[in-house]
Design a binder for this molecule. Sequence first.
Ligand SMILES: C[S@@+](CC[C@H](N)C(=O)[O-])C[C@H]1O[C@@H](n2cnc3c(N)ncnc32)[C@H](O)[C@@H]1O
Length: 493
Amino acid sequence: MMEQEGFERFLKWAANLGISDCPTNRSLHPKNPTSCLGHSLTVSHFPDAGGRGLAAVRDIKKGELVLRVPKSVLITRDSLLKDEKLCSFVNNSTYSSLSPTQILTVCLLYEMGKGKSSWWYPYMMHLPRSYDVLASFSEFEMQALQVDDAIWSAEKAVSKAKSEWKEANSLMDALKLKPQLLTFRAWIWASATISSRALHIPWDETGCLCPVGDLFNYAAPGEESNDLENVVHLTNASSLSNGETADDFTEDQPGSERLTDGGFDENMAAYCFYARKNYKKGNQVLLGYGTYTNLELLEHYGFLLNENPNDKVFIPLEPSMYSFISWPKVSLYIHQDGTPSFALLSALRIWATPPNQRRSISHLAYSGSQLSVDNEISVLKWISKNCAMILSNLPTVIEDDNFLLSTIDKIKNSHNPMELRKLLCTSGGEARAFLESRGNKMDQNPGLVLKREKSLKMERLKSLGRFYKPQIISKIISTVSSDVNEDVNCLSS
Ligand SMILES: C[S@@+](CC[C@H](N)C(=O)[O-])C[C@H]1O[C@@H](n2cnc3c(N)ncnc32)[C@H](O)[C@@H]1O
C-alpha cells in the first residue's frame, strides 16, 4: 500500500515535469496533473513478461506517439555532472583512464548517496533493488549454465565488472561515498541499472536513464505482425521543422511510417515512444531494445525469452571446415526454430562434397542452392548427430531442469516448513544445493529459509542457462529429422 502511494507520487512528480502519455493534445491534461499516465498507458504487472510494465488503457494504433519524456528529466552524464563537487573530481586527470560508462556508474552511485535531497529521488526510489545480469551470478549459478560459451560469458562478465569496480575505487573513495555504496554489490547494482535501462541518445554513448520511459518491457524485434491495416502514418518527428509540435502530427501520410519504436527527438527536445504495432486495451505495450540472443539478454538485461526469434546456437565445427569457407565464425549458427543459418548451411554443403569437386560447386553453395539430395541428407544428418552429442554431454536432461524449476517454484510458494522439508527430500540434492548456494543454512529453521526465498524471482531461476540451450537443441534435432525425412521421401519418389 505504502509502495503504491510512493509510486503514485512518482507519477505525479513525472507529470509535473512534463512527462506525458498524452503528447498530442496537451489540453487534455489538467493544470495540476495527478499522473503522467492514464491517457494511453498505465503501470501494470505482467508476471510472465517482465513483471512491472506498461499496459494500454485504450486501443492504440501502430505508430501512435504514446509517451514523451522531456530532455530536462533524463539522467545523463551531463545532467549528473551539474553537481559541482562531482564534476570537479571526475574531471581531475587522475581519473582520466576511467571509461565513460564507469564515470556514469560512479555518478549514479553518488546521486543515490544524496538520498531524499536528490532531484531524481522520486524516480530512483522505484528502481529495482537488484538485477539478474550475468555479472551478478555466483559461482554456483555460473556452473549451472552448463554450456561452455554461457559459462565463459558469465565468468568474463563477473571479472570485467570486478576490474572496472576496482579501477573506480579511488574516485569513489575521493568522493567519500557511503560505505554501502562502495561495495561490489552496489557497483553491480549501478552498472546493471545502466545496462538494463539506459536508452540511446545521440550525444553520449553511455545513454540516458529515462524516468517512466524505462518501464516498457521488451519484445524481440520481428515479433510484431506485419499487418499494415489501421496503421497511423506519422510524419517522421525528426523531420519536423522548428516550431512545429507533435500537435501538428497528421494521420495518413503514406510513406512516412516510423521505423523505430523509441528515440530522442531533437525538435521536440524529448524522448519519444511510439507503438510498434496495434494494441488492444489491456495489452502490455512493449519496446524492442535491440536484437539480442538469449545469452546477450541475460548478460545485459538479466532475463531471457522462452521464444526468442533472434536466439542462436553455435555448434562446434571441425577445424578443417573453416579452411574452405570465407564466412566469419559468428555467421555459422542455428536459428531458434532449428534451421541452420545461410552461411552454416552453405559451408556444410561444401564440406559434404568430395574435396576434388568442392571448387566447381562452391559458387552454387555460396548462392544458397541445394547441391543434391544426397548432399542435403548428409548435411542434415551431420547437424542432427552433433546436436544430439551436445545434448548427451550436458549433465542434465530437460525433464530434470523442469523438475528443479517447479520444485523451487513450489518452495517459493509454500507456506509451511513441513512442506519445505518434504519438497527438499523428494527433489534429490539439487534444490537443496541451490538454496545453499544462496547463503541459506539448511540445518537452520526452514521457516527462515522460506522467508528469505519469498523474494526470489523466477527469472533468476529460469536464467540458469540450461533452461534455454537444451530446448533449442532438441528443437533443432526434430526440425532436422523432419527435413531428412522429407529429403528421403523426395529421393525415393
Ligand atoms: C527497462 S526495464 C523494464 C521495466 C522493468 N520491468 C521494471 O520493473 O522496472 C528492463 C528490465 O525489465 C525486465 N524485462 C523486460 N522485458 C522482459 C521480458 N520480456 N521478460 C522478462 N523480463 C523482462 C528485465 O528485468 C529487464 O532488465
